[in-house]
Design a protein around this ligand. Structure first.
Ligand SMILES: [Zn+2]
Ligand SMILES: [Zn+2]
Length: 345
C-alpha cells in the first residue's frame, strides 16, 4: 500500500510508493522505444501480460482479454494508488498522512503499436475521448475520490515507459494542488465579475487572434498568454462547459477532430516531439464535505474544462525547481503563428 504524505512546508501531497521500494540501481537509464511488438504487453496476443481489462471496445464475438479489441482499459500493473480500503486519515506528530487509495488505469488507445494520435481516424480518437468521459463518470460514483486526472505521456522524455499508444487515469482522494489553484482563480474571478475566467480568456483571444492556433465551431486551441513552455497549447470548448463527463457524443466527435488536428500540427511543426497532455475536468462535486455545505457550489458557473498540451522541448532545471518560475524562450505569439501555418495534411 502506498501512502499519501502531506508536506506542511509546500502544502502539497506526495504519493510515497512504499512497497515498490526502488533501490538506487533501479534508476539507471533504460531504453524503451525500441521495444518490439512481440514483447509489448499492449499488443495483440499479449493480453495476459496485463491485469484483466476493466473495459474494452471489441466485437461481440471476441472474448475479454483476447485479441480483437479496438481499445482496452486496464488497471496499471504498478499502480501509484489502489482502489481497495479506506483512507485511514491520521497524524504522525505534526505530519498528516493517509493510505494511498485511488485508481490508476491505463487506456490502451489502439492495437496499432506505431500509431500516433495526430494521424489516427477521427472515429478512433472519438473512442478514446469517449472512454475518458465514461471512466471519469464511473470513478466519480466513488465518493472517496475527489479528482480524476487523465493524462498522456508520449515519448521517452515525456515519461512514457512503453511506446505503444496509451494514456492514463489517476483518481486521487484529494484535489491536486495544481488543479486547486486553477479552481480557486476561476472561483475568485467569478465571485468578482460573475463571469467565467476561461470564457473571458477565450473571448479575448478570439478578439486578439495572435495566440490562436486553430478554432472551429466548438473548440479553440491557443498558446496561452503566459505560456510556461515553448509551444504550450490549451484546448478549450468555446461554449461554457464545466464537466467533461457531461459531454454528448457530438461534442466528443468534434473534440476528437480538433485534438487530432492540434497534435498533427505539433508533430509536423516540431518533428514528432515528445509531449504530455492533461485533462483538467471538474473535481468530483458529488462528494459531500461535512462542515462545508457550499463545497463547489459555484463550480457549474466558474469552472471550464480544458486540455493542456506541453511538448517537451526544454528541461525543467534548477531555477524552475527553486522558484516555480518558468523561462520560456519562445513567445506564445510566435509559437501560435508557427503552428497556424503548419500544414494540415
Ligand atoms: Zn505494442
Ligand atoms: Zn466558461
Amino acid at each position: 500500500m502506498s501512502e499519501l504524505r502531506h508536506d506542511p512546508v509546500q502544502k502539497r501531497w506526495v504519493i510515497i510508493a512504499v512497497e515498490r521500494g526502488r533501490r538506487p540501481s533501479d534508476f539507471k537509464k533504460q531504453e524503451i522505444t525500441t521495444r518490439q511488438v512481440k514483447t509489448c504487453p499492449f499488443c495483440y496476443g499479449n493480453e495476459d501480460r496485463t491485469p484483466p481489462e476493466i473495459f474494452a471496445i471489441r466485437p461481440d464475438d471476441s472474448k475479454p482479454n483476447k485479441p480483437g479489441w479496438k481499445l482496452r482499459v486496464i488497471p496499471n500493473k504498478f499502480p501509484a494508488l489502489k482502489v481497495e480500503g479506506g483512507l485511514n486519515r491520521r497524524g504522525l506528530g505534526l505530519y498528516d498522512l493517509m493510505d494511498g487509495v485511488g485508481a490508476h488505469e491505463v487506456i490502451i488507445e489502439t492495437p496499432d503499436h506505431n500509431a500516433h494520435l495526430g494521424e489516427m481516424k477521427v472515429e478512433d480518437v472519438f473512442n478514446i475521448v469517449k472512454v475518458y468521459r465514461d471512466r471519469i463518470a464511473d470513478l466519480y460514483k466513488d465518493h472517496r475520490l475527489r479528482y480524476a486526472l487523465i493524462f498522456k505521456n508520449y515519448g521517452e522524455t515525456a515519461g512514457a515507459s512503453l511506446a505503444h499508444p496509451h494514456s492514463q487515469l489517476i483518481a486521487t482522494p484529494i484535489t491536486p494542488r495544481t488543479v486547486a489553484a486553477e479552481l480557486d482563480s476561476a472561483r475568485e474571478h467569478f465571485i468578482q465579475k460573475e463571469r467565467c475566467l476561461f470564457c473571458d480568456i477565450i473571448n479575448q483571444e478570439v478578439a486578439m487572434g495572435e495566440r490562436v492556433v486553430l478554432m472551429d465551431d466548438k473548440y479553440i486551441a491557443i498558446c496561452p498568454f503566459a505560456s510556461r513552455f515553448p509551444f504550450e497549447i490549451w484546448l478549450l470548448p468555446r461554449r461554457h462547459q464545466y464537466d467533461f463527463s457531461l459531454l454528448c457524443d457530438d461534442d466528443l466527435t468534434a473534440l476528437a477532430d480538433t485534438l487530432k488536428k492540434v497534435l498533427h500540427k505539433l508533430r509536423i511543426a516540431l518533428e514528432d516531439p515528445p509531449y504530455n497532455f492533461v485533462l483538467h475536468t471538474a473535481p468530483n462535486y458529488n462528494v459531500r464535505r461535512p462542515g462545508r455545505p457550499n463545497y463547489w457550489e459555484t463550480l457549474p458557473y466558474d469552472w471550464h474544462w480544458h486540455i493542456e498540451i506541453i511538448p517537451r522541448l526544454t528541461k525543467i532545471a534548477g531555477f524552475e525547481w527553486g522558484t516555480g518560475f518558468y523561462i520560456n524562450p519562445t513567445p506564445p505569439e510566435l509559437a501560435a503563428e508557427f503552428l497556424r501555418s503548419a500544414n494540415e495534411e
